[in-house]
Design a protein around this ligand. Structure first.
Ligand code: FNR
Length: 385
C-alpha cells in the first residue's frame, strides 16, 4: 500500500488493475480469446460460478476497534496447515495448463509463492514438470487428478514426494471435465494441444504405454494426447482409494472438491488429513451450491477431526477473513493471479498475489485482529440478502 502511494507521489501509477474484477476485465481485452475463455469459463449457465461470489454477500464482518492491534509488525498472519508453515493462510489453487498463458507458467508461480512465503498447489495438468516446478518452489503441494491407471497414479505421487511436495491434494470433483460452453464454443480443449500433459509425457509409466516417443513426430504427439485422454479421469474412485493412497505416501492427504457433509465424513473416515471445500470455481456441476454456503456444514461435520480449507470465490482480503471466520484453516486463490500471469508473466502473478496479501493484512489490522486466532464466528454477522 505504502509502496504504491509513495510511487504515486513521483507520478508512477500501477500498470495493472488493483482488483480481481479489474484483472479479469483487462484479461478479457488483452488475452487470446481462447485462453481467456479457458480461465474465465465455468460449467453450463455459470450459475454456480456466480453463486460462489454472491455467497460472500450473505456474511458481513463485525470489525473490532480500540484493540491496540494496529501498526506495522504487530500482526502475525502465519499458519501451519498439514505440517506446512505459511506466512499467510493462502495457497495458489491448482490451475492446469498455465503454458497457455505463459511458457512454463508453473515455474513462475513457484518462484513468486516462494518469495512471498505462501503455498502453491501444483496441478497434475501442468505445462511444466513436477520436478522443474518442485526445484523452484517453496512450500508446495501436489494436486492429483487420479488417472484411470493405478500404476500411473502411484508414479505421479512418488514423483511429487521425491520432488519435495509437502502434501497430496486429491481432486475428487473431476472424474471428467465439466460441460464448459466457452471452451466448447472455441472448439478448444487446452489439454488436447499437448500443453497440459507435461507430467504425463515425462512419466516412465505413461511413456511405456506409447508406441513411439512423442518427440519423434507430430503423429506420435497426437497419439500421446489420445493415450492421455483415455487415462485422464477416473469415475471408479471410492473413499477406499484414499486409504490406498495412504499406503503409497507418507505425505498428508487433502481431498478437494467436497461440498456434501456425508462425503466429508467418508473421506475423513478413509484417512484424509484435510478436506478442501470447493466446487472447482463452478467449472464442474452447474447449479451446485456456492462453495462458501457449504463451508459451515462441513466445518460442523469434520472440523473437529481435520483441517478444512476453502476455495471458489476468494477475491479480496475480507473474503479470506470471512472464510477463516467460518472455520477454514486456509484458502486457495484461483483465477485473479492466472489473469495476472497472462497479462504480465511473473510480475503479473506477483502483483495479483501481493494485492490480495496487502488487502488481507489491511483488513485484519482495521478489524483489530493481530493473528488468525482472532478470526471466529464472533467476527461475522449473517446477513440475509
Ligand atoms: C482450475 N481448477 C483446477 N483444480 C484442480 O484441482 N486441478 C486443476 O488442474 C485445475 N485447473 C483449473 C484451471 C482453471 C483455468 C481454473 C479457473 C480452475 C480449480 C481451482 O483449483 C479452484 O478450485 C478454482 O479456481 C476456485 O475458483 P475461483 O476462486 O478461481 O473462481
Amino acid at each position: 500500500q505504502n509502496e504504491i502511494y509513495l510511487a504515486g507521489l513521483a507520478g508512477i501509477v500501477p500498470s495493472l488493475p488493483m482488483t480481481a474484477a479489474g484483472l479479469e476485465e483487462r484479461a478479457r481485452e488483452e488475452l487470446d480469446p481462447a485462453a481467456f475463455a479457458y480461465v474465465a469459463g465455468s460449467a453450463s449457465a455459470e450459475r454456480t460460478a456466480h453463486a460462489n461470489l454472491s455467497a460472500f454477500e450473505k456474511y458481513r464482518l463485525l470489525p473490532r476497534v480500540l484493540r491496540g492491534a494496529t501498526g506495522p509488525g504487530v500482526r502475525d498472519l502465519s499458519v501451519e496447515v498439514l505440517g506446512t508453515r505459511l506466512a499467510a493462510p493462502i495457497l495458489t489453487a491448482p490451475v492446469g495448463v498455465l503454458g497457455l498463458l505463459r511458457e512454463r507458467g508453473e515455474t513462475l508461480v513457484a518462484e513468486v509463492t516462494k518469495e512471498l512465503g505462501i503455498g502453491m498447489c501444483l496441478s497434475t495438468a501442468a505445462s511444466s514438470t513436477i520436478e522443474e516446478t518442485g526445484a523452484r518452489a517453496g512450500a508446495w503441494w501436489y494436486q492429483l487428478y487420479w488417472p484411470s491407471d493405478m500404476e500411473l497414479a502411484r508414479s505421479f505421487v512418488e514423483r511429487a514426494e521425491k520432488a519435495g511436495a509437502k502434501a497430496i491434494v486429491v481432486t475428487a470433483d473431476t472424474p471428467a471435465l465439466g460441460w464448459r460452453p466457452r471452451d466448447l464454443q472455441h472448439g478448444h480443449l487446452p489439454f488436447l494441444h499437448g500443453k497440459g500433459i507435461a507430467n504425463y509425457l515425462s512419466d516412465p509409466v505413461f511413456r511405456a504405454k506409447l508406441s513411439a516417443p512423442p518427440e519423434e513426430s507430430e503423429e506420435a504427439m497426437r497419439a500421446a494426447v489420445l493415450t492421455w485422454s483415455g487415462l485422464f479421469g477416473n469415475h471408479a474412485l471410492r473413499p477406499a482409494d484414499i486409504a490406498r493412497l495412504r499406503d503409497w505416501t507418507e505425505l498428508p492427504i487433502a481431498v478437494k472438491g467436497v461440498v456434501h457433509p456425508d462425503d466429508a465424513r467418508q473421506v475423513v473416515d478413509a484417512g484424509a488429513d484435510a478436506v478442501i471445500v470447493s466446487n472447482h470455481g463452478g467449472r464442474q456441476v452447474d447449479g451446485a451450491v456456492g462453495a462458501l454456503d457449504a463451508l459451515p456444514t462441513i466445518v460442523a461435520t469434520v472440523g473437529d477431526r481435520v483441517d478444512v480449507l476453502f476455495d471458489s470465490g476468494i477475491r479480496t482480503g475480507s473474503d479470506v477473513m470471512i472464510a477463516l471466520s467460518l472455520g477454514a484453516k486456509a484458502v486457495l486463490y484461483g483465477r485473479p493471479w492466472v489473469y495476472g500471469l497472462g497479462l504480465a508473466g511473473i510480475d503479473g502473478v506477483r502483483h495479483a498475489l501481493r494485492c490480495l496479501l496487502a488487502d488481507f493484512d489491511a483488513a485484519m489490522g482495521l478489524s483489530g485482529c493481530t493473528s488468525l486466532h482472532d478470526l471466529s464466528r464472533t467476527m461475522i454477522s449473517s446477513y440475509r440478502v
